[in-house]
Ligand binder design. Sequence first.
Ligand SMILES: Cc1cc2nc3c(=O)[nH]c(=O)nc-3n(C[C@H](O)[C@H](O)[C@H](O)COP(=O)(O)OP(=O)(O)OC[C@H]3O[C@@H](n4cnc5c(N)ncnc54)[C@H](O)[C@@H]3O)c2cc1C
Length: 502
Amino acid sequence: MSIRTGAEYVRRLRETPREVWVKGRRVEDVTSYGAFHRPMRQIATWYDMQHDERFAATLTRPGAAGPVGITFVVPRSYEDLVARRRAYQAWAEATLGLMGRSPDFLNTTVMAFADSPEVFAQMGRRYAENVERYFEHVRDNDLFLTHALITPQTDRSRTASEQADPFLHMGVVRETADGLVVRGARMLATLAPIADEILIYSLPGLRAGDEKHAAAFAVPIDTPGLRLVCREPFDDGSSNPFDHPLSSHFEEADALVIFDDVLVPWDRVFLHGDVSLSNALYTATNVRQHTGHQTGVRGLTKLQFATGVAMRLAQAVKIDSFLHVQRQLGERLSLIEQARALVLAAELEHETGPGGSVRPRLEALQALRMLLSQEYPRVIEVLQTLGAGGLLMMPSAEDFASPIAPDIDKYYQGADGMPSEDRVRLYKLAWDLCGEAFGQRAVQYERYYAGDPIRLFATNYLTSDKTKCSELVDTALALSGDPPRSPDARTGGDTSRAESPR
Ligand SMILES: Cc1cc2nc3c(=O)[nH]c(=O)nc-3n(C[C@H](O)[C@H](O)[C@H](O)COP(=O)(O)OP(=O)(O)OC[C@H]3O[C@@H](n4cnc5c(N)ncnc54)[C@H](O)[C@@H]3O)c2cc1C
């Protein structure tokens, strides 16, 4: 097989019944379930885009058995990185950057893992082969993955092995001839109910004693014993797109993943029992550069979209004629330029690995991760500030067809005769983005998708190359020379010592 169509993606979901729980009930068929139906259609659209002549050249490359998704292709030049950026951008713009876990994100992860077999080979050659075979399986079947890298927030002052129940955080209970048996929970698997498979590994942070919790593997979502507990959906599939234009299209379900003694076959195990290798995985495989490229381009799109909404909102009632509003919007536009510059810098200053593959520059992408975690919440605050009370007095779609329609038309119009329908549509879009639960999740996503931003900044301080900053300070310190001191001051007033021979 090679690239899938949307229909093929949906068919596979239907044919692989999985254990998904929402609001106390088990979902019989995720493909027809209200809360999952629209996002599933969006994922199907991404797959269809690969077959669309307007996007095919951007999203695919020739493979041995037909075209494959470009994000599975290991980049070997600057031009390849630019081509990947264009593909990330095409997919991000299809959802205005609002769906963070589009297939390209984890396609890129498995590509990065497979490009670093030597890391997994430290466990033994067969683990590297497992990773390479798994990458081919995902690429050749064009599968949609989710992932869960984090332990549940039970007691963060203790490691996984120190929790009251040693298998509260997912860990390996035993090894059998067939594979590993894993038990316990992981978070936070976005889009897991409508994914094909789940990839498990850990961000750095495991400690000695956590050996049972050091495991990297992948299994299909319909594996026996794997259970998904979803958060309450924002949209059950029945909300009117006029009232909720974003949440009715782009909601990504989030789930806790419970492994109830799940058997992971040996050929799906990439690492186990080695805490230091597990901690090294994220950096040694360069996965964070490659995923940072995808998330940076997607985040830039979301920043552009949110800034655009703030701008159009200001124009609708002409508050953009005020200086402080212009200043706020001007600042937002300059941040877009900063984010764009970081993407371009990461590509231009790429590094080449020993095998000839290239990766974008880490420092620029980490700076972009930090920038987005702060600046996306700020643009949402600008939107709330500029929209003010207007965001909260918009009528419903039904009001336009009611006896009070003339009132709506009269009192909800904008500046320069902007029709009420256009103004209400725009303000509802803005409220979905900055007020509704959907919008708040989108903020939380930007803060946390790349891990805890506080520790991201702190790690940046600890690990960055600070040579140039220090050198400049030394240059400046040298300008001042030594302060004048009296002989008395040098000896602290002890004249006998000052006069004694050296
Ligand atoms: C919308 C959304 C979607 C997500 N999707 C995914 C996904 O698809 N897959 C996935 O794997 N993950 C996903 N995540 C999870 C994300 O990776 C985590 O939220 C992130 O790593 C932070 O971990 P946490 O939420 O457990 O917060 P915690 O690590 O528990 O942090 C909570 C607070 O406590 C502080 N804190 C906790 N521990 C420490 C410590 N040791 N030292 C200092 N401060 C500490 C933090 O600074 C923070 O303020 C998603 C998150 C969100 C919000």
